[in-house]
Design a protein around this ligand. Structure first.
Ligand code: MEV
Length: 322
């Protein structure tokens, strides 16, 4: 292994994501569309010369592979295990500082972003320059530690940035937009367990296999239509697709009263469309406002949510600085 010098510091940052259409069905082979957002996780890796590996977050230290590190940082811990298994341990020891702008459990891809940034920062400080595909494979270990059976869309979006059309069989295809599109995001404040939600959707598939197969097909159709609408800048149609997707997500049981209320609040304003984003069961909603109405929509959503913001898509993916 080529080692970097003792003083080297690597900073890697990776964005969170929203799913515009196709969450859950993407786990069952449908196409889905996702976009990177303007909230990021930053991981700063440095050699510490103590022969120990420690995670630093909000001023506290957690020694890896100690119980607390694994309990509080399951995604980075799984990423570290994978890296050490592939490349051997870092004998000098290292410090890995994690700073996040993305609330945990918000459905905005914090586990994918921290997995991607950790995989990139740690491998680089160990002197490895990996391809995006290799970073993705390592980051998927972190994502799987949280989500059990993830499709890979969150990791691919965080890694590559921009807007991506994704399916498990064809991977991520970047979608170029002519103009940035503003999307409003509101976190319900209620965390969710993505792994449990994925399992509960799998039970619905078992109970209603034919209906579910049609919904997987419809979800792919809506995703391809969304790509078309995004490329043409046809926001009314994009909003309509979001509004069609929402009752289907409701039927598979991933909405709840709080999210429904937030969607109602959003829709009583001047918006093209609104829906849950990500796993649901808590987490966040996304809203596509009509031009010039975003302040009004944000004000309305602030009655229900303490964490409302607007993002332009597309945003940059993984950034690594040494
Ligand atoms: C989570 O952001 C999206 C899900 O479809 C899970 C996945 O695709 O890994 C619910």
């Amino acid at each position: 292994m080529t080692n970097t010098n003792e003083d080297a510091v690597v900073t890697a940052s990776s964005p969170g994501k929203i799913i515009i259409v196709g969450e859950h069905f993407v786990v069952h082979e449908a196409y889905a569309v996702a976009a990177a957002i303007n909230k990021r996780v930053t991981v700063i890796a440095s050699k510490n010369g103590t022969r120990k590996v420690r995670f630093v977050s909000q001023g506290r230290d957690y020694y890896f592979p100690g119980t607390l590190a694994r309990r509080f940082f399951p995604a980075p811990s799984s990423v570290m295990n994978e890296i050490f298994e592939r490349f051997g341990k870092c004998e000098e020891g290292m410090s890995i500082e994690i700073r996040s702008e993305i609330p945990r459990g918000s459905g905005l891809g914090s586990s994918a972003a921290v997995s991607v940034a950790t995989a990139a920062a740690v491998t680089r400080i160990m002197g490895k320059k990996l391809s995006l595909e290799e970073i993705s494979k390592i980051a998927m270990k972190g994502e799987a530690a949280i989500h059990g059976n993830p499709s890979g869309i969150d990791v691919e979006t965080s890694l590559r940035g921009g807007v991506v059309l994704f399916s498990k069989s064809s991977g991520a295809k970047p979608i170029a937009l002519e103009k940035g599109i503003e999307i409003i995001i509101a976190f319900s404040g209620k965390g969710r367990n993505t792994s449990a939600l994925i399992s509960s959707v799998a039970l619905i598939r078992k109970k209603y296999p034919n209906t579910f197969a049609h919904l997987v097909e419809s979800s792919s159709f809506l995703s391809l239509q969304a790509v078309d609408a995004l490329c043409r800048g046809d926001l009314p149609y994009l909003g309509a697709i979001m509004n069609i997707a929402q009752p289907i997500l409701d039927w598979i049981g991933v909405s709840n009263d709080k999210l429904d209320r937030m969607l109602e609040d959003a829709r009583s304003g001047r918006v093209f469309g609104a829906k849950i984003t990500g796993a649901g069961g808590g987490g966040s909603i996304i809203v596509l406002p009509r031009p010039g109405t975003s302040k009004e929509v944000i004000d309305r959503l602030e009655a229900e949510s303490k964490y409302v913001f607007s993002t332009l898509i597309p945003q940059e993916g993984l950034k690594v600085e040494q």
